[in-house]
Design a protein around this ligand. Structure first.
Ligand code: ATP
Ligand code: MG
Length: 391
């Protein structure tokens, strides 16, 4: 029965003079999300986004797509009443109630908003008089202004909108309003969640994956492509950079103490990701690290990894427990992919007893042993990177 949606946004309403940028971005993200589902017409309308649906469309699919768009506070399927003249309005709202609720033994409250301050009734008057109209037409309904089971909202504009279903949106800010970041995306549980979380604040994404063929398989790489594809439902299109890390890993393995391998490897991952970030105009790096989760994520290890970067490194999971991360992964539907059992490049050469408190001086000293070839290897890795467009 719904041929239109009204979308409400919260935070972007606070952006003063830049407000239109946020509204335009949200409108564009909504258009992109709905484009594969039909010819929806999406427009901005006085503090709302208004969507006209095509004649035939899938309601569930459309709502589910909208629930993945950052910046939406709530999604209201609405019925449009073509004229706001009082008799049409009351009739329209009454018809809505009749169609929506065949069983009308419930308590209700009318809420009204009017965009046009010259409308002959004030909002409280609309509520009272509309309530009276509905009571008369449907005597089985009862008013409860404090705790109604149905809230019937009427927004009066040139046309009017009536709705009583309010579906919570994702919140956050529209992607594209806050620059871009480079996500270090592995096949694990954490990094896709990290990308999702940063993107929630309006940041668009690029991603880098380090693989080590033949030690890691094409299936392991495909898993990362699948994860990137999942998060792109939220972040929008992104480029996935696949870096061949094998020679660098082998070289570190040959030259450096094995217990320092993971840390040194991580430092090179960060350096390479930073180079790719520059190429993509990214303003920061994003990782799925969380304090203490594994040896390479103690405060000491994080300090050692962080040292090589000049771009800020965003770690949105830093204070989350694994279970909290898993819950988000399940919600955004990456968990099942992440737990597929494919080898990760970091686990292959991993030492039995990695350092948990790396000393920066020692690490730097060990890295001196890489002097001969490392720059050339990094250069080759950068020159042979594969770019996979996602989404
Ligand atoms: P994840 O679940 O994201 O793999 P994790 O708990 O396995 O994380 P680590 O393997 O220690 O943790 O990796 C820490 C972070 O380093 C990851 O969240 C990711 O951002 C980055 N990272 C690790 N391995 C890779 C890789 N092969 N390619 C790209 N980034 C990686
Ligand atoms: Mg991992």
């Amino acid at each position: 029965m719904f041929k239109a949606f009204l979308l409400k946004y919260a935070e972007i309403g606070l952006k003063g003079n830049n407000r239109y940028l946020f509204e335009n971005a949200l409108r564009d993200r909504v258009r992109e999300a709905l484009a594969p589902l039909g010819e929806f017409v999406v427009s901005k309308e006085q503090g709302r986004i208004f969507i006209e649906c095509p004649e035939v469309y899938d309601y569930e699919e459309s709502v589910s797509a909208l629930k993945k768009v950052f910046g939406i506070w709530s999604i209201c399927p609405v019925v449009v009443i073509e004229s706001s003249e009082w008799d049409s309005l009351t009739k329209g709202v009454g018809d809505y109630v009749e169609a929506m609720y065949p069983e009308r033994h419930f308590t209700f409250k009318v809420e009204a908003k009017r965009a046009d301050k010259n409308y002959p009734r004030t909002s409280p008057e609309i509520c009272i008089e509309m309530g009276a109209y509905l009571l008369k037409r449907f005597p089985e309904m009862k008013v409860d202004v404090h705790n109604p089971s149905v809230r019937i909202t009427v927004e009066v504009r040139t046309k009017s909108y009536v709705y009583s279903i309010v579906i919570p949106g994702l919140g956050g800010m529209p992607v594209g309003t806050n620059g871009k970041a480079m996500l270090l995306l592995s096949g694990g549980i954490d990094s896709p969640v990290a990308g999702y979380m940063i993107s929630k604040r309006g940041v668009s994404m690029a991603a880098t994956y380090f693989h080590a063929p033949p030690y890691t398989s094409d299936r392991a790489k495909q898993k990362v492509v699948d994860l990137a594809d999942k998060i792109s439902k939220y972040t929008g299109k992104l480029n996935l950079y696949v870096v061949n890390f094998t020679d660098i890993q082998l070289y570190i393995y040959e030259q450096c103490p094995h217990e320092e391998l993971t840390i040194i490897m991580r430092r090179y991952m960060m350096k390479i990701a930073e180079k790719l970030a520059e190429k993509e105009n990214c303003l920061g790096l994003v990782t799925g690290e969380s304090i203490g989760q594994v040896a390479s994520q103690t405060m000491h290890s994080l300090a050692a990894t962080n040292e090589v970067c000049t771009l800020p490194v965003y770690r949105p999971l830093i204070a989350l427990d694994k279970q909290e991360i898993v819950e988000i992964a399940q919600r955004i539907d990456t968990f099942e992919i992440s737990i597929q059992p494919f080898e990760d490049c970091c686990t292959i050469f991993v030492a039995k007893h990695p350092v948990t408190k790396p000393n920066l001086k020692t690490i730097r000293h060990s890295e001196m042993k890489l002097q001969d070839k490392i720059d050339e290897l990094v250069e080759t890795a950068l020159n042979t990177v594969e770019i996979i467009p996602i989404g």
